[in-house]
Design a protein around this ligand. Structure first.
Ligand SMILES: C[S@@+](CC[C@H](N)C(=O)[O-])C[C@H]1O[C@@H](n2cnc3c(N)ncnc32)[C@H](O)[C@@H]1O
Length: 248
């Protein structure tokens, strides 16, 4: 007899939002030690988006065009959103998160909506508080979409759906997706006191083969697909960089 289909917890999104609103300071203090792997992959993405001048055919060419970046579940914006703004300028980053507290902290660290011009180079950041599943953008809007430790909070049917949407939002030929996923298939797990007594939390995933299949189904090409041990915990994550191929 086959197992009954997994039923996700009720009010899932509201409970995740409520938890991150309550535990944001604890999460952000805890996650600092976990930054090395995330920053290693971020730097790989940055190198794909903004090659070093020495790697360019004509390094003295015109100033680079502004990049459009979407960060899903950006949290409090440090270190990742801050590094995107610093390293990719000129750039326009849209930072999305479901948690009011996380985005309040991001605004405090990195500024409110709007543009900054320093040395003639423009950076712009805007913050969008919502479930990432409610976002909508025209096709081919973004040079990159990131989801660091955030897409894993969606039920896995939604993970498959957001991968398809991300593929639509990326620019053909030059658009990249960077995210980490669960190493092993899991329909859904809940922890009731993650990092804090108010830290009710949910994660799910398709596992390495399943996530690779979802990326391929969405028409994304594999650039990197690797399981990495965390620098602190025993937990492993499946790290992915995928590219939207040029339109044929
Ligand atoms: C583990 S934290 C990661 C934060 C940040 N990306 C980082 O690397 O530190 C997960 C973040 O995803 C956000 N999140 C969870 N579910 C979300 C959803 N459905 N839509 C948007 N953000 C979500 C949480 O509020 C939280 O800030």
């Amino acid at each position: 007899m086959s197992a009954p289909p997994y039923k996700e917890p009720e009010n899932l999104k509201a409970r995740i939002k409520e938890s991150y609103d309550a535990i944001a300071p604890e999460y952000n203090a805890w996650t600092i030690a976990h930054s090395p792997v995330r920053l290693e992959y971020l730097d790989r993405l940055i190198a794909l988006l903004r090659p070093a001048p020495s790697d360019l055919a004509s390094p003295d060419g015109p100033s680079p065009a502004p990049l459009r970046i979407l960060e899903l579940g950006c949290g409090a914006g440090l270190p990742v959103t801050g590094r995107l703004l610093q390293e990719l300028a000129p750039v326009h980053v849209t930072g999305n998160d479901i948690s009011t507290s996380q985005l309040d902290m991001a605004r405090q660290s990195l500024g409110v909506h709007g543009e900054k011009v320093a040395d003639g180079v423009t950076t712009k950041v805007d913050w969008v508080e919502s479930d990432m599943m409610t976002l909508s953008f025209p096709d081919a809007t973004f040079d990159a979409v990131l989801g660091m430790y955030s897409v894993i909070h969606l039920p896995r049917e939604e993970q498959a759906e957001i991968i398809k949407r991300i593929a639509q939002w990326l620019k053909p030929g030059t658009g990249y997706f960077l995210a980490n996923f669960a190493e092993n298939p899991m329909p859904g797990i809940v922890m009731k006191n993650w990092l804090h007594e108010k830290g009710w939390m949910f994660w799910s995933g398709w596992g390495v083969d399943g996530t690779e299949a979802k990326l391929a189904d969405a028409g994304l090409e594999k650039v990197i697909s690797k399981v990495e041990p965390d620098s602190v915990d025993k937990s492993n994550f499946h790290w992915v960089v995928a590219r939207k191929p040029a339109a044929t």
